[in-house]
Design a protein around this ligand. Sequence first.
Ligand code: FMN
Length: 369
Amino acid sequence: MRLGSLELESNLFLSPLAGYTNLPFRLVLRELGGLGLATTDLVNARSLLEKRDKAFKLIETRPADQPLAVQLFGSVPEEMRDAAVFLQSTGIASVDINMGCPVRKVCKVGGGSAMMTELSRTASLVRMMVDAVKIPVTAKMRLGWDDRNITAPELACALEDVGVAAVFVHGRTREQGFGGTVNLEGIRAVVQAVKRIPVIGNGDITTPQAAKQMLEATGCAGISIGRGAFYDPWIFRRTRQYLADESAAERIAEPPFAERIRVMCRHFDLMIEVFGEDLGCRMFRKVAPWYAKRFGPASEFNRHVVRISTAAEFKQVLEGYIRWRQQFLDDKGELHPKFQPAPMVASFMQPAVAERQNIPVPKGPVEVW
Ligand SMILES: Cc1cc2nc3c(=O)[nH]c(=O)nc-3n(C[C@H](O)[C@H](O)[C@H](O)COP(=O)(O)O)c2cc1C
């Protein structure tokens, strides 16, 4: 898989998830394998140029966190260009431009989804960035503003002409938010519209089988996974194995409880290391319940973990939970079948579409992403 001059080990990408795709999460995912390119949360280009602490914390990285893309948002061409030049000077592997964010604060100033509605203005902004750096510049978009304005194919073509190395497409419109089904036909239309550049499909990939289905149905060159990595940080490795050998389906089953706990604890330790005990614990309050979604019964865990303030409290909550969970286990120490979490099914996978519930979206200011 290539993005311009950048050669990647796999065609599997981590989607930006504001508030989550920080250094600790990326390191955990990379340790588990299969990931081609990880990205930061979206970073305000102007804040970066003004050297704000918040922006610098978002781009914090380490040698083990390579290759790394930084996602920029903004609408002032000179600021976006200068921010890209700065990122290149720090050794960042590629720069992604946010064209999908539906949040009013971002759109109001002409950034995020608003960029999809102003083709020529957007193309000239992107040209300025591409001309200023050697590293690949990519763009992440939705299918369009709403059903009546599906602009992604046209926008992708315009961006290809000004030199972007790839486009990432979330198969929903801005109006859809996170509801409804991911539109594979819509992603396919983008793949067919561009001449050379890779199109990376995105939306609702929660299993290796769903990744394969999206690749086959759309012809896209790679897959980008966001929320699926919350449930299953092993999804990149599992998907890579599955794509290489479909008969491996049995061997790539979801990991057992003990491995989930090990990885969650590693994530927690890295949060403390990178953000300090107080902030790290507070941030982990919203991360831990995502791991718990695949634990089986977890109400006891969720009730307490959202209050942790120290590493000792986290340890105590976990030990208490592991004792409490024993009542749901059989003689072999496995969850009784009736307590096992239901298999994950992507919105576009037949035949379960009608019955499927949406993947939850974390609460907070980014819930309308
Ligand atoms: C909490 C949250 C934060 C997000 N933050 C960003 C962001 O910073 N930049 C961006 O382009 N997309 C962002 N998105 C959209 C995701 O990158 C992705 O396109 C979307 O979640 C669909 O993919 P998924 O079903 O694999 O999660 C965010 C989504 C969520 C749920």
